[in-house]
Design a protein around this ligand. Structure first.
Ligand SMILES: Cc1ncc(COP(=O)(O)O)c(C=O)c1O
Length: 488
């Protein structure tokens, strides 16, 4: 490959010098995604250094996600390295400040779509039309009035006492989680809860584990804050606990409803995960992000309820039950951690806006949340059943849904190649049907697949939208896009 590494005669930090030159080559786009780096042995010989000097530099690059090693094949520039900040825009190399190399591994995050799609099957979006806007407006304005001058000064970083108590009652009734309000920390969504957990509990640079496929925003949070990320596969019992390595200090998991596969972690795996954490002294962050919406039977209680020695941090979010734009969530911390969490929150952004906190406390206490979730369970349950039935009956031989009993999406494997699926989703998108590809949540999928969200898709639009999707999937298969060797 076209990369020159050289060591000045007086170089002292040989590994650092090799690391920086290769890093800069990746960031500037001289080494492109998928390109192979020279073998450590060859580069070591060329530079007259020990092979381990090169190997350690490669490890550092791998730790930042810039390269990936494949056993027996060599080391390659990570396929995740997107756009390469400096390489993509010619002017960028002339600026004095550039993002740390790891930022080049973060793919573009599309937050909003340019046009509202005709059929919106994006995962993770609740039905904004069903939100009781009038009630919320009334509660926010009375909170503003009642807080008066108090709301002008700083508040308790862990959250207003009213809200922490309301959340403790809410998790007890909705999920069976027993929490002392003193251990509840209000956060700006689940995302901030995970961030605080890592900063309170994990040394910089240590290993943390995520599920693969998994929720990308948490993985990006970990890599960009300098953590070493271990990806753990998921099977039909949930996270494969045997794949966790003993150096892992914190595991992020969705036991109730794995994102995006939708599987529920089996009781056997839950026990195994708790035992593993106790053995190696690790923390478990249980993100129970959408489990209020469950449609069949009695689900397993959260992992938190099985935790006897205080290793599980129970994270919840109001992004699905209310709206993601409110940025409100929480974490129930094991006893003794609340003080550090409150400080971490204070040093980040102090706290969530007081009027919204008070409004939410009253929303919960007055029973609006329970009512809204009950109605949502019926509304989303009807959509869930319809999507699952259509995928099973109409898409037979094309998509096979993974059974799930909760949440706002259904995931399905595609019985074809990754290139066909890419072509089909792109053409469906042009026709107004937006569906996510499973590939955006994983690096190593056994098979390609789709994630069909129904939070934003009214029930009377689902059949038409999915029929249209089916037509595009079938057409892509008939046009015979050659199947590639692995999912992408
Ligand atoms: C796995 C998972 N956790 C959490 C969230 C919500 O995060 P937040 O509370 O930060 O909005 C989502 C949203 O899509 C999610 O998919």
């Amino acid at each position: 490959v076209d990369v020159h590494v050289s060591l000045p005669p007086d170089a002292t930090d040989l590994t650092g010098s090799i690391y920086r030159q290769l890093r800069d080559a990746v960031v500037a786009g001289r080494l492109r995604p998928g390109e192979r780096l020279p073998a450590t042995r060859d580069l070591a010989r060329q530079l007259s250094v020990a092979r381990n000097t090169v190997a350690v530099a490669y490890d550092r690059l791998a730790g930042e996600g810039l390269v990936v090693g494949r056993v027996g094949a060599g080391t390659f520039v990570s396929p995740d390295v997107a756009g390469t900040a400096a390489g993509a825009s010619p002017g960028a190399t002339s600026t004095a400040l550039v993002p740390r190399a790891v930022w080049a591994t973060v793919p573009e995050q599309r937050v909003t779509l340019r046009d509202t799609p005709r059929f919106d099957f994006r995962p993770g979006v609740p039905d904004a039309a069903a939100f009781p806007h009038d009630v919320w407006r009334r509660l926010v304005s009375s909170a503003l009035r009642d807080l008066g001058p108090t709301s002008a000064s700083y508040q308790e970083p862990a959250g207003l006492a009213e809200l922490r108590a309301a959340i403790a009652r809410w998790v007890a009734t909705s999920r069976g989680v027993v929490a002392d309000p003193a251990d509840v920390v209000v956060t700006a969504g689940a995302q901030q809860a995970v961030d605080l957990a890592v900063r309170v509990l994990v040394e910089p640079g240590a290993a943390v584990a995520v599920e693969d496929p998994g929720y990308p925003l948490v993985r990006h949070l970990f890599t960009t804050s300098g953590m070493r990320v271990v990806r753990v596969p998921v099977d039909d019992e949930g996270m494969v606990v045997d794949a966790l390595t003993p150096d892992v200090r914190l595991v992020y998991a969705n036991p109730s409803h794995q994102f995006p596969l939708g599987v529920t972690m089996s009781l056997r795996r839950r026990v195994q995960l708790l035992e593993w954490a106790a053995r190696v002294g690790a923390a478990i962050v249980e993100d129970d992000y959408d489990s209020e919406f469950r449609y069949a039977g009695r689900p397993l209680d959260p992992l938190h309820t099985l935790d006897r020695d205080g290793r599980v941090l129970y994270v919840g979010s109001f992004s699905k039950t209310l709206l993601p734009s409110l940025r409100l969530g929480f974490v129930v911390t094991p006893p003794g951690l609340a003080r550090a969490f409150a400080h971490a929150r204070m040093f980040t952004d102090w706290h969530s806006p007081a009027p919204f906190q008070l409004a939410l406390a009253r929303f919960i206490d007055d029973g609006h949340l329970a009512r809204h979730v009950r109605a949502g369970r019926l509304r989303y349950g009807a959509r869930h059943d319809l999507v699952e039935r259509l995928l099973t009956e109409r898409f037979a031989g094309v998509l096979s849904p993974i059974p799930s009993i909760a949440g706002l999406h259904v995931t399905a494997w595609f019985a074809g190649g990754a290139a066909e699926l890419r072509a089909a989703l792109a053409s469906a998108r042009r026709a107004g049907v937006v569906v996510a590809s499973l590939s955006q949540y994983s690096r190593d999928l056994p098979r390609p697949g789709v994630v069909v969200g129904f939070g934003a898709a009214p029930v009377d639009r689902i059949t038409e939208g999915l029929e249209l999707l089916l037509a595009h999937l079938v057409a892509a298969r008939e046009h015979g896009v050659p199947p590639p060797t692995r999912a992408g």
